[in-house]
Design a protein around this ligand. Structure first.
Ligand code: ZN
Length: 489
């Protein structure tokens, strides 16, 4: 068989089918006319490589080395279906480079490589249309390059690289199992990319995602974590904690695989009370668990007084007691400790509430009636709508607000005369409603009564600015994207 008149040279890491299409086009032919099959699949690739060797007059080995089959099994998976694979089931290309030069890289067919680092761009699925997204930032590009180092020929077949590919897959699988809009925390571009998705969760067991967006929001974070033991421990810990809060077989299997030590606690973990014995409690627990799983609600998001729009700054004594009861109930549920006799004490401590002399478990002693359960669920929903504010962080930061007080006194002129204690408590009540002793409450009432509306507004503005300036991360991670990646240049 004679070779073709025009014989394009393969680009570095070019996919064999891409070379076949370019060869045909350069010779004004359709691949089929040259005996080049266009179907996808590892076996077809071998036929394409063999045929191209003839057409381009090149050694067969050189062309076979361009196929996906040349990747080690840890990347391409084995013939058995149970084997995990990094190969996605679509075809990815660069929206810029591929359009210009017709080249599709082999590594782009792996879900660990959702970026073209040349132009740079997020890849697109061939044959689909997507609005042009913002180009990846430095954090994403660095992470992509870090992962891609192991794809270089000199590293590809080393034991170290193979272990990292396997570890990366497992970490992605673990993280994606409970990923949502708020967790894990992502740097700027990845955060924005995730915000475009209605549901960031995707299942990585056996198969990685078929979309570059879904791959990018998980794989870079996990790649960075793998390169940093402390970060990896943190990410794994958070992921396992979130999984453990779920109550299904798939979650238990994952926890067992990733945290063999957690298995015992997992076994001891109480089941939800049955619908027959405690229908109200069981139903409330399931609802809260669902909100926790799907929306990322955590104990730290609960304020000590979960007030609603109709509550005044200082609710009445009875109202406060009821609000505290609801907060404790929600906190205990979110901590997954409704069977634990110590849970209520711990929840009260975390919420900054004084402990009752006679400790009891509100969950188990029938203290949750249908009305209170409905209120607890409504509070959970409201906290989600408000953007999951980290009230625990606010309580800690507002416990000793010395910098805040001097800022307020400097920036807000004409404040009614009051002590630092009262001013601090007034500020805290606005940010994270919670317990204040009776004497201070009385003084806050007086101070608040003497504030004119303009001054009150100004005070709240200064308070918001101060908190955001001090630590934007703790105010609201959903609305304040920030870089957690230390590698960002
Ligand atoms: Zn490109």
């Amino acid at each position: 068989m004679r070779s073709l008149p025009v014989r394009p040279a393969p680009m570095v890491d070019e996919m064999i089918q891409s070379l076949a299409v370019r060869t045909a086009a350069a010779n004004f032919a359709h691949p089929n006319q040259l005996g080049l099959p266009t179907a996808r699949g590892l076996r077809t690739e071998q036929r394409v490589a063999a045929r191209l060797a003839e057409l381009l007059d090149m050694p067969a080995e050189q062309l076979t080395s361009l196929t996906l089959s040349a990747y080690p099994p840890v990347l391409r998976g084995e013939a058995q279906r149970s084997q995990r694979t990094w190969l996605h089931r679509t075809e990815w290309a660069c929206p810029r480079c591929s359009r210009l030069n017709g080249v599709v890289l082999r590594r782009w067919q792996l879900s660990l490589h959702p970026l073209c680092v040349q132009c740079p761009s997020l890849l697109t699925v061939v044959g689909t249309h997507r609005e042009d997204s913002a180009p990846p930032d430095t954090a994403a590009l660095d992470a992509q390059r870090l992962i891609a180092q192991d794809l270089e020929p000199e590293r590809l077949h080393t034991a170290g690289a193979q272990r990292r590919f396997a570890d990366l897959y497992l970490l992605c699988e673990l993280v994606s199992a409970t990923a949502d809009q708020d967790w894990p925390r992502l740097p700027g571009w990845e955060h924005d990319l995730r915000a475009e998705l209605s549901q960031p969760h995707s299942e990585w067991s056996r198969h990685p995602p078929d979309s570059p967006v879904r791959a990018a929001i998980v794989v870079f974070l996990c790649g960075r974590a793998l390169a940093n033991p402390a970060r990896q421990r943190l990410l794994r810990g958070e992921a396992i904690e979130r999984l453990a809060a779920r109550d299904d077989d798939a979650a238990r299997t994952l926890v067992r695989r990733f945290a063999p030590g957690a298995l015992d606690t997992e076994r001891r973990r109480p089941q939800v009370p049955s619908q027959r014995t405690q229908p109200v409690l069981a139903s409330m627990i399931r609802t809260i668990q669902r909100l926790q799983r799907t929306r990322g609600l955590q104990p730290r998001h609960v304020p000590a007084w979960p007030v609603d729009a109709t509550d005044s700054l200082i609710p009445t004594c009875d109202r406060r007691r009821e609000l505290e009861h609801r907060a404790v109930t929600l906190h205990v549920l979110l901590a997954g400790r409704w069977h634990d006799p110590n849970a209520e004490v711990d929840a009260r401590r975390d919420l900054g509430l004084r402990s009752h002399r006679r400790q009891r478990n509100a969950m188990l002693e029938g203290a949750v009636d249908a009305t209170r359960a409905a209120h607890v669920v409504r509070i959970a929903e409201r906290l989600i709508i408000q953007g999951l504010i980290d009230h625990q962080g606010l309580r800690q930061r507002l416990a000793t607000p010395s910098g805040l007080l001097s800022t307020v006194r400097r920036q807000v002129a004409g404040l009614p005369v009051t002590s630092d204690v009262v001013l601090a408590a007034w500020c805290r009540l606005h940010q994270s409603p919670g317990p204040v002793d009776e004497a201070t409450l009385a003084s806050i009432r007086v101070f608040d009564r003497d504030l004119d509306p303009e001054l009150r507004l100004r005070l709240r503005e200064v308070l918001d600015d101060y908190l955001e300036g001090v630590d934007p991360a703790a105010v609201d991670t959903a609305q304040c994207p920030f870089v957690v990646d230390g590698r960002t240049a």
